[in-house]
Design a protein around this ligand. Structure first.
Ligand code: ADP
Ligand code: F6P
Length: 332
């Protein structure tokens, strides 16, 4: 193990918040303190770094936070940090505050910022914090488990009223350009149709035929889970109602998916990742991203992690479709 040159570490959250970020912050703070390091919290992501909104963190500052949604450090998006000048200023501010190791909790965009800081001599470690699960190097991202459970519970509720009124319901879930929340809810909620940007062929007539067929078979509701990356749920609902004669409503779940108390999995995995980030800094590592693969917490070079591609598994997609009653080949 390299000699421990790190004395003070910083931690920030950046991009969209995600349940479990507080567990990760808590782990960074407490793992750092238990190794004799000073820990500083940087408020409001890279914005707060550039505005020098930097506070000392004690073990007590993260008490009663593991069960809370959101991020106690606040988060933001920062256009200035995309510029070379902003990044240089950020590195200088880190040096001015004695921060020689920085943990950045966020998505790919936030990692790109961390990579720039690493190139400017600040040791950085990224932790995957996003409800979207859209980070290629990892099978798990902080917040996905809570968000997908929140969405699942909400969809169950919409389904009750949809059945009572014999309606078709289009439920739009978050995910930016990725369809993981939609796919998981598709399976977990037993949706009749799932639309994800990675797989959707934009053949709306096929969708309409499915709804008509399903109604003929006596299905009282028709749940369509639509990923945000496809969007336009309201307009889609109007077109479907006009084409099928079946009352169709759109529900956009929106930001409620990002809030709430994190699940056990998000608390535990985020804690493990936070601790590993500190261990990596102590070991003299920089420009790394922590991930979870094949049952292990691992780390990757940020450059390699950002170059990786991720998609929806064909098998998972095919299973999701085959479990919908519409796809009964015997047509019963
Ligand atoms: P996420 O981290 O969830 O992907 P964003 O893409 O919004 O969210 O990125 C969060 C922040 O990271 C941006 O507001 C910006 O400050 C910083 N960032 C994003 N891309 C870059 C980049 N290419 N170089 C430097 N900083 C970046
Ligand atoms: O990345 C998380 C996420 O919630 C996406 O699913 C969504 O597209 C985006 O953030 C919404 O961002 P905002 O909160 O800025 O509207």
């Amino acid at each position: 193990m390299a000699e421990n040159k790190i004395k003070t570490i910083g931690v920030l959250t950046s991009g969209g918040d995600a349940p479990g970020m507080n567990a990760a912050i808590r782990a960074v703070v407490r793992r750092g303190l238990s190794n004799g390091l000073n820990v500083k919290g940087i408020l409001k992501g890279y914005n707060g770094l550039l505005n020098e909104e930097i506070i000392d963190m004690s073990a007590k500052d993260v008490s009663d936070t593991i069960e809370r949604g959101g991020t106690i450090l606040y988060t933001a998006r920062c256009a200035e940090f995309r510029t070379e000048e902003g990044q240089k200023r950020g590195a200088e501010i880190c040096r001015k505050h004695g921060i020689d190791g920085l943990v950045v909790i966020g998505g790919d965009g936030s990692f790109a910022g961390a990579q720039k800081l690493a190139n400017l001599g600040i040791n950085t470690i990224g932790l995957p914090g996003t409800i979207d699960l859209d980070i290629a190097c990892t099978e798990y991202t902080i917040g996905f488990d809570t968000a997908v459970n929140t969405a699942m519970e909400a969809i169950d509720k919409v389904r009750d009223t949809s059945t009572s009124h014999e309606r078709c319901s289009i439920i739009e879930v978050m995910g930016r350009g990725a369809g993981y929340i939609a796919l998981w809810c598709g399976i977990a909620n037993g949706a009749e149709d799932v639309l994800v940007p990675e797989k959707y062929d934009y053949d709306e007539q096929k969708l309409i035929n499915n709804i008509i067929e399903s109604r003929k078979k006596g299905k009282k509701h028709h749940i369509i889970i639509n990923a945000e990356g496809i969007g336009h749920s309201e307009a889609m609902a109007k077109r479907i109602e006009a084409a099928t004669g079946i009352e169709t409503r759109a529900t956009i779940l929106g930001h409620m998916q990002r809030g709430g108390s994190p699940t056990c999995k998000d608390r535990v995995y985020a804690s493990m990742m936070g601790a590993l980030a500190v261990d990596l800094l102590i070991a003299g590592k920089t420009c790394r991203v922590v991930g979870y693969r094949h049952g292990e917490f691992v780390d990757f070079d940020i450059n390699e992690a950002l170059a990786m591609q991720k998609g929806i598994s064909d098998y998972q997609w095919e299973v999701c479709q085959s479990l919908s009653h519409n796809y009964d080949k015997n047509n019963k």
